[in-house]
Design a binder for this molecule. Structure first.
Ligand code: ZN
Length: 298
C-alpha cells in the first residue's frame, strides 16, 4: 500500500485549467496531469472533478488540494465568498466557487492567485532559490505580480495589483490612451499584450526590427521594477509572460530601473547588481502548477 501523501493541484486560468496530482512539487507522472479548456463554469469544473476522481480511483485519496486561480479571486479564508471568482468580465464566472466542487474529496484546500502560486514556485524552486524575497511579474493579457517574502505571498484586503500602478508616459507614446477599462493608461493599460496590439497592430514578437515598441514597453516595466524595489525591497524580480518572451526586454528594464533608482538602493552590495536583481523565470511554463502543488503541501 502506498502511504505517501498525494496532492492535487489546479492552475485555474482564463483560457485553460491545468490539473495535476503528485507526491511532491517536481513529482508529477504524465498520466496524473491534464489540461481542460476554460469554457462555462459547470462544464469546466465537472471535467476537473472527473479527472481527480479518476486519479483517486487509481492512486488513492488526496491529502490536500492547492489552487492557483485567475483573478480577481477571494483568497481571504475568513470571507463568506472565499474561493470564489469576484467581479470578472469573463462570462458566467463571477461568483463561481473554485473550491466548493473539491469538497467531494474531503480534504483541505489551499488557495492563492495564479500569479502568487507562480511566484511561490519561482521563489522556492526557481529563480529565487538563493534569495529571501522575490516578486514575480507576468506581462501578458494582463499584468500581475506576486510578492513572496520569507516563503509566503503578501496578502491584504486583496492581493497586490501591481499591474494597475501608474507610470510616467514615454514622450513617444503620448497619444495612446491605454486599454485598462478602469484606469486607461495604468501599466496594464499601456504595456499588456492587448495594449501593444491596440496601438501598433501586432504583438511584441511581430514588431519590425528597429521599432520603438520594445524600448517603450521595457521602459514602463523598468519603472515598475524600480517601484517594486522601493516598496517591497525584493532581492529578486522575475519578469515572465507572453510579452516578455516576444522580445529581449530585460536589458532595457534593468537600465531604466537603474536610472530611476539613481543609486539610492544598495543593489550591487545586497542583490549582486541589476543582472541578478531583474531576471527571467527559471521554471518557464511549469511555475503555476508547481506553485499550486506547493500550496497543497502547505
Ligand atoms: Zn488599470
Amino acid at each position: 500500500m502506498n502511504r505517501r501523501a498525494l496532492y492535487g493541484a489546479i492552475e485555474a486560468g482564463g483560457t485553460k485549467f491545468v490539473c495535476a496530482a503528485g507526491y511532491g512539487p517536481t513529482d508529477i507522472a504524465p498520466q496524473m496531469r491534464t489540461v481542460i479548456a476554460t469554457t462555462t463554469p459547470a462544464e469546466t469544473l465537472a471535467a476537473v472533478v472527473a479527472f481527480f476522481e479518476q486519479v483517486r480511483a487509481n492512486a488513492g485519496a488526496f491529502s490536500a488540494f492547492g489552487v492557483g486561480a485567475f483573478g480577481p479571486v477571494d483568497i481571504e479564508p475568513r470571507s463568506d465568498t472565499w474561493g470564489s471568482i469576484l467581479n470578472t468580465p469573463k462570462p458566467g464566472w463571477a461568483g463561481t466557487s473554485l473550491v466548493a466542487p473539491l469538497e467531494v474529496f474531503g480534504c483541505p484546500v489551499a488557495l492563492d492567485t495564479d500569479v502568487n502560486a507562480a511566484a511561490l514556485a519561482e521563489a522556492r524552486l526557481g529563480a529565487g532559490q538563493d534569495a529571501n524575497s522575490l516578486t514575480y511579474v507576468t506581462v501578458g493579457t494582463g499584468i500581475g505580480g506576486g510578492v513572496i517574502d520569507q516563503g509566503r505571498s503578501i496578502r491584504g484586503m486583496l492581493h497586490p495589483e501591481l499591474g494597475h500602478i501608474r507610470v510616467h508616459r514615454d514622450p513617444r507614446d503620448a497619444q495612446f490612451r491605454g486599454v485598462c477599462p478602469f484606469h486607461g493608461d495604468c501599466l496594464e493599460g499601456l504595456a499588456s499584450g492587448p495594449a501593444i496590439v491596440a496601438r501598433w497592430g501586432a504583438p511584441m514578437s511581430a514588431l519590425p526590427i528597429g521599432h520603438a515598441g520594445p524600448d517603450i514597453i521595457g521602459g514602463y516595466l523598468g519603472q515598475l521594477a524600480a517601484t517594486i524595489a522601493l516598496m517591497y525591497a525584493s532581492e529578486r524580480i522575475v519578469f515572465g509572460g507572453g510579452v516578455m518572451s516576444g522580445a529581449d526586454l530585460l536589458p532595457r528594464i534593468r537600465a531604466v530601473a537603474a536610472e530611476q533608482l539613481g543609486g539610492y538602493l544598495p543593489i550591487e552590495a545586497r542583490a549582486g547588481g541589476f543582472e541578478r536583481l531583474i531576471v527571467a523565470p527559471a521554471l518557464a511554463g511549469q511555475a503555476g502548477i508547481t506553485g499550486a502543488l506547493l500550496l497543497a503541501m502547505g
